[in-house]
Ligand binder design. Structure first.
Ligand SMILES: [Zn+2]
Length: 275
């Protein structure tokens, strides 16, 4: 939640089952400026489905995202897949007692963005600015948001999943080269604070740069390992399974079903071999 002197923006929509809690938390903040924007960082189910619920409840909220994200979320086929994932993940969270109830399945309707934010465009909240930085690689329409004056970088999944400053699982689901280039771009901004899409925060410029360097290195390490295993004669299925085991052992992927983990690592293997 980004609070300015004139308006507030909620960056990242999470799952639909999280929306009631998020709205209650915002209410409890007792802000004297209204929530105006719902800001999409990237077009994946676990980052946008909460916005579906919020927009239904409060249609005047302005849903913002990249042009590419808008085009993808406007596809009924995409949203049909997303609402199914939203239900599956929501039920897993409910099972883990992290959500109050099993979520209703959302209708499989296209999600229309109200406003396209262009590369480097700034959303002014009054004394606080959010700048959109294209960071494709995890997904085609990924944006990171740089908040000034406090130099916080909201980077969603652009660096993959971070468990700590030193433990990072790369997620270059769309394009390996663009993913690495995006991380280099974020490094050049010299942020003071990083906020990742799945909870991790990194504080201080030195730690932020260290984290981004490690995220880049982790991507190359994964790519090198996958290529090496194939050269040693392992089949692509074996390599994908090996990395799915590592994904599971990483510890933050427990909300994802095992077959989803294997689908993710098959995709990572494909992307790793494209360059
Ligand atoms: Zn994602």
């Amino acid at each position: 939640m980004i609070v300015g002197n004139e308006a507030c923006a909620l960056v990242e929509g999470s799952l639909s089952c999280v929306a009631p809690t998020a709205l209650a938390q915002i209410e409890a903040m007792n802000l004297n400026v209204p929530l105006k924007y719902l800001v999409v960082a990237h077009e994946h189910s676990d980052h946008v489905c909460g916005f579906v619920t919020m927009k239904k409840q409060t249609p005047e909220l302005i849903l913002v995202g990249s042009q590419t994200a808008a085009e993808i979320l406007a596809k009924e086929k995409v949203m049909t897949k997303f609402v199914m994932e939203d239900k599956v993940f929501g039920d897993v969270l409910h099972g883990l007692k992290l959500a109050d109830s099993s979520p209703e399945m959302l209708p499989p309707e296209p999600l229309e963005l109200d406003m396209i934010i262009q590369p480097n465009q700034v959303l002014d909240l009054g004394g606080v600015q959010i700048k959109a930085i294209p960071t494709p690689g995890h997904s085609p329409g990924s944006l990171s948001y740089f908040v000034e004056p406090d130099r916080t970088l909201l980077m969603s999944d652009a660096a993959g999943l971070g468990k700590s400053q030193t433990e990072i699982y790369p997620m270059f689901f769309y394009n390996f080269q663009q993913y690495v280039e995006s991380l280099k771009t974020l490094r050049s901004i010299m942020p003071q604070r990083l906020a990742l899409g799945h909870d991790l925060m990194v504080e201080g410029e030195e730690n932020c740069l260290d984290f981004l360097d490690r995220a880049i290195a982790a991507s190359y390490d994964m790519q090198d390992d996958m290529k090496k295993q194939l050269q040693e004669g392992r089949s692509p299925d074996e390599v994908a399974l090996d990395w799915a085991h590592r994904m599971h052992a990483f510890g933050l992927f427990e909300i994802f079903p095992d077959d989803a983990l294997l689908a993710y690592t098959n995709l990572l293997l494909k992307r790793a071999l494209e360059t």
